[in-house]
Design a protein around this ligand. Sequence first.
Ligand code: NAD
Length: 508
Amino acid sequence: MNTDFLQQLGLAPHNPGTFTGMESFSGGEKLESYSPVNGALIGSVTQTTREEYEQVIRASEAAFKVWREVPAPKRGEIVRQYGDLLREYKDPLGRLVSYEMGKSLQEGWGEVQEMIDICDFAVGQSRQLYGLSMHSERPHHRMYEQWHPLGIVGIISAFNFPVAVWSWNSMIALVCGDVCVWKPSEKAPLCGVACQLLFQRILKANNLPEGIITLVNGDYRIGEWMTNDTRVPLISATGSTRMGKIVGQTVAGRMGRTLLELGGNNAIIITPSADINIVLTGALFGAVGTAGQRCTSTRRLIIHESIYEEVKEKLARAYGQLRIGNPLDQHNHVGPLIDTGAVKAYLHAISEIGREGGSMLVEGGVLDGPGFESGCYVKPCVAEARPEMAIVQHETFAPILYLLKYKDLDEAIAIQNGVPQGLSSAIMTNDMREAEKFLSVAGSDCGIANVNIGTSGAEIGGAFGGEKETGGGRESGSDSWKAYMRRQTNTINYSKTVPLAQGIQFDL
Ligand code: NAD
């Protein structure tokens, strides 16, 4: 396995895990990163110690005082430079994402492209942090509202988008005038170090204060320091609903703000008028892409009874053609799960399907032998199930797809909405009434609702996030920037009197 990309990114076999922007520390325990692709040790980082964490926060606080005074379009210029550097390093960084996380090389490059795209978006946004002005009810008064940065934004990210999620948050937060502390997933720590090393170059070249973009590495304990820290006014956390419930409660307990991007249980409704080619492509990519480890992965197909058998048969045939193997080999469609813990969860879900009375249409199983030594490669599988089964209600982060049958659209929408999660949803139809109903107030209850596109993935220009147990956060495009700023209403009196509200007289 050629791992030249590690050197190209400035990574060593052992790397510091804490960065106050420019300075780095290696005081803590070793955290090793193994590739799910071949089980090899990629490298290691040191976990952030409590003392190092304090240094990072102190550097961030100092940097914020400088950064907030830099005009927003000039902040955008720094983000533009980072976007340019990412263009230069797209290949090695994409390869690292693929090797450390296990997604296909195309998806690894795609993730870096999303980083570049959000940089471009943020540059434009830096000139559009608009407030409103409104008419005062008092004569010779002017009233308006403006947006100020919050301060330190703490970003806690999941393993499955080891670089893009950080950039969605941090590039927008940066143009807003915030500084960012990032704790990447302990399952992909080298991706965090690589992004930080690249940003360091931008800090140095522009002679900027070191704490604008910082990095802390380690497990949930470092995340807990951040969520309990009143010096961090906003925590943006991406990961499981289990984690989000803890983070949400902790931060609310100190009156901080959260942006929570949590688990999904995404469904496609397939109607009789659907174009079968769109259905198969959308469903297959949605269910097996990233080995079912996207928050937007398709987990349920809700199929009209009149076409159920046809869809089932064609889907089974399509699954038969999938090639599973090394994700850096572009001939393969499906790579490994992140680790053997995820394989266990996959096997548990399959046994639950049987226990709850579901039946397998395409059998699952763990692959072994040459090429599969990491023990993380599993067969994407399809089960016929019922919507109310506990395992169908649960997000298993693996390529397991459930087929569910419906009679009329109201029932299909009720099934689609009848899960605790609310991230992404889709309908496949050529019937305008069905499409509009699905998008109406009585339709999908998810943050994302698509027509004739699968559930998987999203463009950075839209606000990204979900409802219910998905956490309610919105990040990336549209007006998501407002989550990273505080709003202030200002009234200016340019008269020679002070008219009091509610007609109160206060003569001195
Ligand atoms: P995870 O919840 O195990 O970990 C996510 C991050 O949270 C890690 O950095 C982890 O160290 C940290 N963490 C865990 N417990 C914590 C605590 N008590 N306090 C503070 N931090 C804590 O999730 P994962 O396995 O890395 O990722 C998979 C999950 O992420 C799936 O549920 C997936 O749907 C979700 N996800 C959601 C989105 C979205 O935008 N909605 C995007 C990507 C992933």
